[in-house]
Every structure is written in structure tokens, then in C-alpha cells.
Design a protein around this ligand. Sequence first.
Ligand code: FES
Length: 127
Amino acid sequence: MTTWNLKGTKHHVLICNGSSCMRKGGEEATQAIRHEIANLELDSLIHTTRTRCNGRCKDAPVAIIYPEGTWYKNVTPEIGSKIVREHLSGKGHLQEHIIYQYGSEGFIQTENTDCIAGVSKSEKNRV
Ligand code: FES
């Protein structure tokens, strides 16, 4: 096991490796993201972590970028590489692939999203 010194890291990419995401190409997306980070020599600025399910299986494969709080859906290897080349390189977000964006009101779904809303946590807690 490795213990990284994360001082100076600018972004943390959580790549979902839960079962739904893995069935839809999560491994290939993970490899593409990591390959593009290495290719652009951004290893010291971007830390990646494989996670279990993030609770948005309908949007699989999912990748989440912090500190921005940007959730990406349907992350194919091509989209994963593009996330690194554009979002993580400071050239802008991939709007058409965003599920949620964190802001002053918490997470909001982007306009024009075709993602399902999902189960409301506040309604679920009343049952
Ligand atoms: S397995 Fe990835 S969001 Fe559920």
C-alpha cells in the first residue's frame, strides 16, 4: 500500500468502480483517466481514487471532481480523457456530461440534463 504526500494536489478525482459502473466500462474509464493524467504529466496535481458505488448507477460510469464538486455521467474512455484535457487542465467543464454541480445552494442538476432525478433523500426519510 502506498501513502502519497498530497501537498500541492489541486484536484481529487473519484472514479466509481461500483458494480454498475464496472459493467458499463468503469475499468476502461479509470485507465483512460489515469493514462491521460500521466500523459500530460499532471500526476503531482491530480489524485485519483477508485470508489465503490456513488449512488448514481443510472448514470454509470460516474466520475466526480473535487474541490469543484462536479459529477460526470457516462464516462467512456474518450470522455475520461477529455475530462483530464479540458476540465482538469483548466479549459472548462464538459457541460453535456455533468449530472450535478456544487454551488452555494448545494448540489444542483445542470439545465438540460436528461438524467433521472432519482429518489429524494428528504422524502425517503419521511417513510
Ligand atoms: S456503481 Fe457507480 S454509481 Fe453506482
